[in-house]
Design a protein around this ligand. Structure first.
Ligand SMILES: N[C@@H](CCC(=O)N[C@@H](CS)C(=O)NCC(=O)O)C(=O)O
Length: 226
């Protein structure tokens, strides 16, 4: 079975699915939209189920859109999904709650500049901190390093991605949450994740002129080939 994750030049919704696959040894290719479709996004967009990416293509045939659906599929494919129905539902709630941080956090970090970046950062601060406190309470429910046990799944990587990205807004934003700092450190200490974080394109000039450094060359974030 072949898996292709199709996305853009952004540090956003392809991160958690990739970490999930990397940690659980699921082989996949990461492909930019313009390379996969050999066309500009404006032409591709109307042909995609929900007109947005990421999309996971299975065996060159089946297309799965929506990042949470992609992660659920990967969990089942890898055989690592929680089996208890209550924990499954609790995990889904955590994943959804983490993904609710997508907007405004991801667009601000990937695209906002100057005064707009500063205004967005301050406008979302209370919302982020409130949700971080929610995540701390979730971590306290069960024993173990992560939400349910010592195995990271969708909920952990969705939460990690947003905690990680929030540090681009404010490097000190997690300091009032030692439990989240420990969680982030535990995720980053996982060997496959440490390797992924070292290899992935660096996100630079956040708030000024955000770029991803791809194979040594800085590219502006976005949906266009550069
Ligand atoms: N709910 C969707 C959101 C997907 C989404 O917002 N994708 C953005 C990039 S992060 C996109 O496709 N932007 C281009 C567009 O909307 O035309 C998910 O979780 O996958």
């Amino acid at each position: 079975m072949s898996l292709k994750l199709i996305y853009f030049k952004m540090r956003a919704l392809a991160e958690a699915p990739q970490m999930l696959m990397r940690h659980h040894n699921v082989a996949y290719d990461y492909v930019m939209s313009w390379d996969h479709f050999d066309d500009v996004w404006a032409n591709v967009k109307p042909t995609i189920a929900f007109r947005q990416l990421p999309m996971l293509e299975v065996d060159g045939t089946h297309q799965i859109c929506q990042s949470i659906a992609i992660m659920s599929y990967i969990e089942r494919y890898a055989g690592i999904a929680l089996t208890d129905p209550v924990q499954q539902a609790q995990a889904a709630a955590i994943t959804q709650s983490a993904q609710e941080l997508f907007a405004p956090l991801n667009p601000a970090v990937n695209f906002a500049v100057g005064d707009d970046f500063t205004a967005k950062r301050e406008a979302m601060r209370d919302m982020l901190v409130g949700r971080f406190a929610d995540l701390v309470r979730c971590l306290d429910v069960y024993e173990g390093r992560f939400f349910f046990d010592d195995m990271p799944r969708s909920a952990e990587f969705a939460a990690y991605h947003h905690l990680d990205l929030s540090r681009h807004l404010d490097p000190g934003i997690l300091s009032q949450f030692p439990r989240l700092e420990a969680f982030v450190a535990d995720i980053e200490a996982l060997p496959a994740i440490a390797a992924y974080l070292a290899e992935r394109p660096a996100l630079i000039d956040v708030g000024i002129a955000p770029k991803l450094v791809i194979e040594g060359a800085p590219h502006p974030t976005g949906v266009h080939k550069t």
